[in-house]
Design a protein around this ligand. Structure first.
Ligand code: ADP
Ligand code: MG
Length: 565
């Protein structure tokens, strides 16, 4: 079985490698962040699996990451004693097959090197960043729980193919050896490496160890026998520190590390909660939407820890879908360490933490909306459409969510979504008891709809809803502040008290005079329509289509048809 074989990379992987090698050299140092992040993930996975199988530690429970360099050989080696990989896992994870993020990564490239290099982490293609500085990468690994003859050696020059071979490996975990390219000698320097580690990986939850820089004696000689190790990073989980001991810079760096984002977060909220349920949460609102925001099934972003031990990241249980862009950490002492997905699904503790976390985020957003409207406008641009899924999904927080909503409106004269329901209500006319809106497929279509004519004439504001999600939104959000949300394109347009007596009389008169005409039109259109009525909603247009009060709106019908339903 100790077979050696050469395998080819998939086309997409080849393209990716090509890109790394030829165009992402403006921010080279990120290779170290990515490889350390993989080593830390591997430690997390081992800790988790070892919860149910202690033997996986093989008497070596001090999880750590080592970074070494060799000036002579011109190599940098990153070593971890984490979970390791089997031969099959090596092939699947860093071998032939392009990972799901690869395609998306290519789609997002801007051609701006600095920006593009920052995207690497987000798309799960971090390992290949090794080839930015290395012209050959050797990886030796052994899966925890297998014996020493099940080691695997993977080696590639980052061109079309890689070699894979079964080897003996005494220690569990993974060792990545970078054979540096000719011009990359700057990284064969302990201070440079320390600097990069502290910049990106200071709060990785386990020690990153390097050899101490040797101090030459008076004659300038170095005594190799006294060289010691030291921990280079802080190695504390940031969220366990007290707020006063954490700087904004540290909060931001930690966000970048866990979210694989290169931009600062928009805001964050760090809470230590004591009482019946004890937990710490550190939750971030990103400033930009991730590439997979529209994939409602890709729930990740909240890392769940129990007593500092990483349990899982796929945390559907911890956030509702409409908050899937939130990133952060939740750490509790109140769950068993061997918690499973099944336990999470019916856990009171999780329910409590989730409910409190959602409240916290909504109140953070509300604060931002009130105190920093410009920042909130940025937030709304990125995430508004997702927040609009909220009222349909989270009944308990419907009111809080309704306050966060922003819409375009006839009042502002532009397509920006800036008007809140509270703004609308504050501008309502005397005797107006409804919030009027129109749904349409575009701003132009909404603004120019004949349905608005009578409202314009009377100076009544109408919200212009043109996002796809708006149809679902108005289905679930029927009232705000005791006022009914009313489509101007549905049913009998009853302006209620807004019509004066004279107007009502005039309308009745018109209706009577045109009874014959209406009958004739009804007969002609026959089955094609449900009803034909005289309308007072139009001032310029001769006729318009109206949906019955309980029917789908015309816009929704159009959307469903377009979706093939
Ligand atoms: P990501 O970390 O986002 O999954 P990477 O390209 O950085 O993407 O890594 C690809 C995969 O290779 C990882 O998901 C993991 O399965 C595997 N891997 C990489 N480095 C290690 C390591 N040091 N130990 C164990 N598995 C690793
Ligand atoms: Mg990675």
């Amino acid at each position: 079985e100790a077979h050696k074989e050469t395998m080819g990379f998939q086309t997409e992987v080849k393209q990716l490698l090509n890109l790394m090698i030829n165009s992402l050299y403006s921010n080279k140092e990120i290779f170290l962040r990515e490889l350390i992040s993989n080593a830390a993930d591997a430690a997390d996975k081992l800790r988790f699996e070892a919860l149910s199988d202690d033997a996986l530690y093989e008497e070596d429970g001090d999880l750590n990451i080592r970074v070494d360099f060799d000036k002579e050989a011109r190599t940098i080696t990153i070593t971890d004693n984490g979970i390791g990989m089997t031969r099959e896992e090596v092939i699947n994870n860093i071998g032939t097959i392009a990972r799901s993020g690869t395609k998306a990564f290519f789609g997002q490239l801007t051609g701006d090197q600095a920006k593009d290099s920052q995207l690497i982490g987000q798309f799960g293609v971090g390992f290949y960043s090794a080839f930015i500085v290395a012209d050959k990468v050797t990886l030796k690994t052994r899966r925890a729980g297998t014996t020493k003859e099940h080691g695997v050696l993977w080696e590639s020059a980052g061109e079309g193919e890689f070699n894979i071979e079964t080897i003996e490996k005494a220690t569990r975990g993974t060792e990545v050896i970078l054979h540096l390219r000719e011009d990359e000698d700057e990284f064969l320097n302990g201070w440079r490496l320390r600097n990069v580690i502290r910049k990106y990986s200071d709060h990785i939850n386990l020690p990153i160890i390097m050899q101490k820089e040797p101090v030459p004696d008076e004659e300038g000689n170095i005594d190799e026998s006294i060289i010691e190790d030291e921990t280079v990073n802080k190695a504390t989980a940031l969220w366990t520190l007290s707020k006063n001991d954490i700087t904004d810079e540290q909060y931001k760096e930690f966000y970048k590390q866990i979210a694989h984002d290169f931009q600062d977060p928009l805001s964050w909220s760090h809470n230590k909660v004591e009482g019946n349920t004890e937990y710490t949460s550190l939750l971030y609102i990103p400033s930009k939407a991730p590439f997979d925001l529209w994939d409602r099934d890709r729930m990740h972003g909240i890392k769940l820890y129990v007593k500092r031990v990483f349990i899982m990241e796929d945390s559907e249980q911890l956030m509702p879908r409409y908050l899937r862009f939130i990133r952060g950490v939740i750490d509790t002492n109140d769950l068993p360490l061997n918690v499973s997905r099944e336990i999470l699904q019916s856990s009171k503790v999780i329910d409590t933490i989730r409910a409190a976390s959602v409240k916290k985020i909504l109140s953070e957003l509300n604060k931002m909306a009130n105190n920093e409207p410009e920042q909130y406008a940025e937030f709304w641009k990125e995430f508004g459409q997702v927040i609009k899924e909220g009222p349909g999904e989270d009944f308990a927080n419907k009111e809080a969510l309704a306050k966060l909503l922003r819409f375009a409106s006839t009042e502002t004269g532009n397509a920006d979504q800036t008007v809140s329901l509270e703004d609308y209500v504050s501008r309502m006319k005397d005797k107006q008891d409804k919030i009027f809106y129109i749904t349409a497929e575009s701003y132009a279509a909404a603004k120019n709809s004949p349905h608005l004519e009578v409202f314009r004439k009377k100076g009544i504001e109408v919200l212009l809803l043109t996002d796809r999600v708006d149809e679902w939104l108005v289905n679930s959000l029927t009232d705000f502040d005791g006022k009914h949300l009313q489509s101007v394109a549905k049913g009998d347009l009853d302006l209620g008290e807004l019509e004066d007596e004279a107007e009502k009389k005039a309308h009745e008169e018109v209706e009577k005079n045109f009874e014959d005409l209406v009958d004739r039109v009804k007969k002609t259109l026959d089955e094609k329509v449900k009803d034909v009525r005289i309308t007072h909603r139009l001032t310029d247009s001769p006729a318009c289509l109206v949906a019955d009060h309980y029917d789908m709106s015309g816009n929704l019908e159009r959307m469903l048809k377009a979706a093939g339903q």
